[in-house]
Design a protein around this ligand. Sequence first.
Ligand SMILES: [Zn+2]
Ligand SMILES: [Zn+2]
Length: 326
Amino acid sequence: MRAMVLDGPGELLREVELPAPEPGRGQVLVEVAACGVCRTDLHVVDGELPDPKLPLVPGHQVVGRVLAGGERFAEGDRVGVPWLGWTCGECRYCLSGRENLCDRARFTGYHLDGGYAELLVADERYCFPLPPGYDDLQAAPLLCAGLIGYRALRLAGDAERLGLYGFGASAHIVAQVARHEGRRVFAFTREGDAEAQKFARELGAEWAGDSAGAPPEELDAAIVFAPAGELVPAALAVTAKGGSVVCAGIHMSDIPSFPYELLWGERVVRSVANLTRRDGEELLAIAPRVPVRTQVETFPLAEANEALARLRAGQVRGAAVLAVIR
Ligand SMILES: [Zn+2]
Ligand SMILES: [Zn+2]
């Protein structure tokens, strides 16, 4: 099979031929049709996440069809393979509905080979059936941008005035779900990014502006998707008493110190880590009802480095997706 492989942190991915993986017990062999490109892939490739499997096939928003293996899916079934690839099932987190926090969790495209390849194997218990109505390319961003965004939205509580910091793949999905739930959306982008601000307004944001600026009124919650720690005090400063600032990325630059006054008034700062299978089931059920429309920018598998570079530079509108098999 053809695959894009990371040999070491900071290196470009290399296009290689690898032997087809063989499904073990409880695993399915999946023919990959599309794989979303996530900011987390960038953190893995850039060495900001420690100890990846090496060499590694990145990618954890995989849409494909089952070729063999397992019992849960029939041959030809379309499945999604997400970031959460395996959990122990016996630790205090797994036993309390918090498998996203499992100490021994293994993640697709990080500890396990992922979807920047023509084939992958995955534990069938962590694969999702995908709703019809989304083609393979459009379904891919639901699997992480959508799932993590949805989990972050849930942790924002019942906030009516919702701020989204960083209007990329996740925010463009969350904005649609939030509007569907009757919330008001305020979008914050890199300074002067008129294109992203226009995109946010098209998706229902009633206000869009620079992340250092102030929205026209206070927020009840903010979700920070951009990996920039300085956005946390900035978001707190425009969040009402009792509101939450939810950090949705797996990696963030250091948060600068800030006066206690910003946290006072029962404001909350918290992170979102990974996903549970329940998050996936919920989001994949709600997405067609909204209906969430994903906007994707497509790259051939061999141009994964280009897709990552454009994402790093903030040049992707919506979500980047690798078209693996046409
Ligand atoms: Zn566990
Ligand atoms: Zn991701």
